[in-house]
Design a protein around this ligand. Structure first.
Ligand code: G3D
Ligand code: MG
Length: 203
């Protein structure tokens, strides 16, 4: 009897947890995105403001229980610093990640090639094989931003190599929140479709 109750309690209180890595160059908007997602899905968390994000040293992590009507799971979001010196730390997170979000500053045309090269290294890493990759063309609220179609073109070469992979490019503004729910919903659908290949943790 005790074991039955223990089992029932476990099933009633345990949820699947999926880890999502938020990557991209420094200043792309990774921390703003994490803060925005928190403000949408966690009660009482304020939205991020312009001028309020210090450059990320190390990492920010947040675990978010998704509210209905989304599936009852935890998303564990990792925002790891994007400065060149920090990028070699990313690889340590790959094998436990269920999806990767690659944030692009759509207004930073001079660095778009660097962006492409960095993403290429990420998708070529063995430990990211077979997990969904979402590219976000961020800062779409700014007039001078590249259109999502232009960003798609830049990433076309990688996208060809990703053909067998689950990937997508979506326009967002981490600051205003436009497109952020759609991005989270795409991720949730894909990580759950992929759960046989990369199972969630239970907690
Ligand atoms: P990072 O964590 O990738 O390094 P941050 O990037 O989240 O720190 O953001 C870098 C700067 O871009 C910040 O400017 C932030 O407000 C801004 N930013 C992030 N996302 C958006 C967006 O969608 N639209 C606009 N217009 N700005 C954005 P500050 O001035 O705070 O340093
Ligand atoms: Mg940051």
């Amino acid at each position: 009897m005790y074991h039955l109750f223990k089992g029932l309690y476990y099933y009633a209180t345990t949820k699947e947890e999926y880890s999502i890595l938020i990557l991209g160059l420094d200043n792309a908007g990774k921390t703003t995105l994490l803060e925005k997602i928190k403000s949408i899905y966690l009660p009482g968390v304020a939205a991020p403001k312009q001028g309020a994000q210090p450059p990320t040293v190390g990492q920010n992590m947040s675990t978010i229980p998704l509210p209905p009507p989304l599936p009852s799971i935890y998303l564990k979001l990792w925002d790891i610093g994007g400065q060149e010196s920090l990028r070699n730390l990313w690889t340590q997170y790959y094998s436990s990640a269920h999806a990767i979000v690659f944030v692009v500053d759509s207004t930073d045309k001079p660095r778009i090639e660097e962006c492409r090269n960095v993403l290429e290294i990420v998708v070529d890493a063995e430990a990211t094989e077979g997990i969904p990759i979402l590219m976000l063309a961020n800062k779409q609220d700014r007039d001078e931003s590249l259109e999502v179609e232009e960003i798609k073109e830049v990433f076309n070469k990688i996208a060809e190599r990703l053909s067998a992979r689950d990937s997508r490019v979506l326009p967002v503004s981490a600051l205003t929140g436009t497109g952020v729910r759609e991005a989270v919903e795409w991720l949730v659908t894909r990580i759950m479709m992929n759960k046989e290949y990369r199972p969630p943790l239970m907690r």
